[in-house]
Design a binder for this molecule. Structure first.
Ligand SMILES: [Zn+2]
Length: 434
C-alpha cells in the first residue's frame, strides 16, 4: 500500500474526533481545532499554509503546491471542515469518537466531508514526501461553514483572500465521484456537473385586521394559506436539463432499459437509495416549510406569512419565477429569505478526461456519468465569486448494497476504509497527471 492508503483512514478518524458542528449560528465550536489538525499534518511534511479566521474560531486553511508547467491554469481542490450536528442518543457509536470498526470509519463527517478532507491531506503529504510535483498548480482549501452557506468559509476567503486562488479556473469537491454497481462488470461513477438553484421565499399577505366574529373579505391568513396550497400542490412538469437527460440516458443504457423521457420512473428505480440525490432534479420544486400568523383565536391578523423552499433547474430560473408568481396570485407578494444560483457545466474537457482516466486505471469496470444535484455545495460560491468551473468528485468505490445517500447528515454515518484507499489512489493519479 502507498503511504496515502496507509494513513487516510486514521486521518479521517482524527478529523472526526474534532467536533466541528455547525448549528448555523455562533453557538458551535467552530472549525479552528479541525484546521489545526490539518495544519499540523501539513507542517509535518514541511508545508506552510495560509490560516485565517473569518470570525473567532472559524478557521480556514489554504495551501498551494506549485506545478511544473506554469502556463497551465490552476486547479482548486476544496473541502469543508464543518459538519452538521449529531444527536449521539440516536447513534450506535459515539459520533465524535472516530471509531474504525468492521472495515468502516464511523462518525459525523465520515462522508460529509472529512473523508475528502483527509484524502486531500494524504495525497498532498505523499506527493511532497516523495518529491513529486503536479503539472499545474493545485490549490488545496479546507474551509469553514459550508453547512450554513459558506459565509465564514468560501465566501469569506474569496472576498478577503482572493490572491490565494490566482489562476484557478476549475475545482473539484463534494458530492460526486462515488460508484453505483450495475453488475460485476460495470460500475457507474456519478460525477456532479450541475446543481439546482435555491430560492427560499417568504410569502406575505396583507389584509384587514379585525374581530374574528365579523365578516372579513380580506383575511390575510386565508390568502397566504391558499398561496401555500397552490405552490405546495403544484405538479411541476418534467424538464430535462442537458445533464439530467444525459444522466438518465446513460443509466438506462447501463441497466439495459429503454429511456422514456415522459416516464423516467423505471430508470430512477434502478438508482436505489441514490435516487435521493437526483430524484428532485427532473423538475423544479416548491415545498412550503414555515407558516406564521395571528396571536389570538378571535383576532384576524393584518398580515400572514409563510416560507417556501423553492429549488429551480439550471437554465430555467425565469421559467420558475414566472410560474411561482402566477401561483401566488395578486394578493400575496414574495421576498427572498435566501437566493442562490443554479450551476451547470458540460461533461467534457481535459479535467473530465483525466477524472475518467484516473477512475479507469483503478477500476477497469468504471464508467463515468454526469449528474445534477438537487442541493448545492461551495462550488457555487467559488463559481459566483471567481468564475471557477466546479465538479463534484470525491472518488469512492462503494460496496454494492451501501445506502450512501442516507449517510449524508444521517445517523451512523460511516465510510468503508477500502473506499478511501481507492479514493486516494484515484485522486493521486488525477492530481499528478492532470
Ligand atoms: Zn458537505
Amino acid at each position: 500500500m502507498t503511504p496515502a492508503e496507509l494513513e487516510v483512514a486514521e486521518l479521517t478518524a482524527e478529523l472526526i474526533r474534532v467536533d466541528s458542528s455547525n448549528y448555523g449560528d455562533e453557538s458551535g465550536p467552530g472549525e479552528r481545532a479541525a484546521a489545526e489538525v490539518v495544519m499540523a499534518r501539513l507542517a509535518e511534511v514541511g508545508i506552510e499554509a495560509h490560516y485565517s479566521e473569518s470570525a473567532p474560531g472559524r478557521g480556514n486553511v489554504v495551501t498551494r503546491i506549485e506545478g511544473t508547467d506554469p502556463s497551465l491554469p490552476a486547479l482548486l481542490v476544496h473541502g469543508h471542515l464543518d459538519v452538521v450536528p449529531a444527536n449521539a442518543a440516536d447513534w450506535s457509536v459515539d459520533p465524535f469518537a472516530g471509531e474504525i470498526r468492521d472495515g468502516y470509519i464511523w462518525g459525523r463527517g465520515a462522508v460529509d466531508m472529512k473523508d475528502m478532507d483527509a484524502m486531500m491531506l494524504a495525497v498532498l503529504r505523499q506527493m511532497v514526501r516523495e518529491g513529486r510535483r503536479p503539472r499545474r498548480d493545485i490549490v488545496f482549501a479546507w474551509v469553514a461553514d459550508e453547512e450554513a452557506g459558506g459565509v465564514y468559509g468560501a465566501k469569506y476567503l474569496t472576498a478577503n483572500h482572493r490572491d490565494l486562488f490566482d489562476g484557478v479556473t476549475e475545482s473539484i469537491s463534494e458530492v460526486g465521484g462515488y460508484s453505483l454497481e450495475v453488475d460485476p462488470s460495470l460500475r457507474l461513477y456519478l460525477i456532479e456537473t450541475a446543481q439546482k438553484g435555491l430560492s427560499w421565499m417568504r410569502l406575505i399577505a396583507d389584509g384587514t385586521a379585525g374581530h374574528g366574529s365579523m365578516l372579513n373579505d380580506s383575511n390575510a391568513v386565508t390568502e397566504v394559506a391558499k398561496a401555500v396550497a397552490r405552490l405546495g400542490g403544484h405538479q411541476w412538469p418534467i424538464t430535462l436539463t442537458p445533464t439530467v437527460r444525459r444522466f438518465l440516458t446513460e443509466v438506462s443504457e447501463a441497466f439495459g432499459l429503454p429511456f422514456d423521457p415522459e416516464n423516467p420512473g423505471p430508470v430512477l428505480e434502478k438508482l436505489g437509495p441514490l435516487v435521493r440525490f437526483v430524484g428532485a432534479t427532473l423538475h423544479h420544486t416548491t415545498n412550503p416549510t414555515m407558516l406564521e400568523a395571528g396571536y389570538k383565536a378571535n383576532v384576524i391578523p393584518g398580515q400572514a406569512s409563510a416560507v417556501v423552499d423553492g429549488r429551480f433547474l439550471p437554465g430555467y430560473e425565469e421559467d420558475f419565477f414566472k410560474t411561482v408568481d402566477e401561483l401566488l396570485g395578486p394578493n400575496v407578494r414574495r421576498e427572498f429569505v435566501q437566493h442562490d444560483i443554479a450551476l451547470e457545466t458540460t461533461f467534457d474537457g481535459a479535467l473530465v478526461e483525466s477524472m475518467i482516466a484516473a477512475l479507469k486505471a483503478e477500476d477497469p469496470t468504471a464508467r463515468a456519468v454526469p449528474y445534477c444535484m438537487s442541493g448545492g455545495t461551495d462550488n457555487k460560491t467559488f463559481f459566483a465569486d471567481l468564475g471557477v468551473r466546479g465538479f463534484g468528485f470525491v472518488p469512492l468505490r462503494l460496496p454494492k448494497d451501501m445506502d450512501f445517500a442516507g449517510m449524508f447528515h444521517g445517523v451512523d454515518e460511516r465510510v468503508p476504509v477500502e473506499s478511501l484507499q481507492f479514493g486516494v489512489r484515484v485522486l493521486d493519479r488525477l492530481l499528478l497527471n492532470y
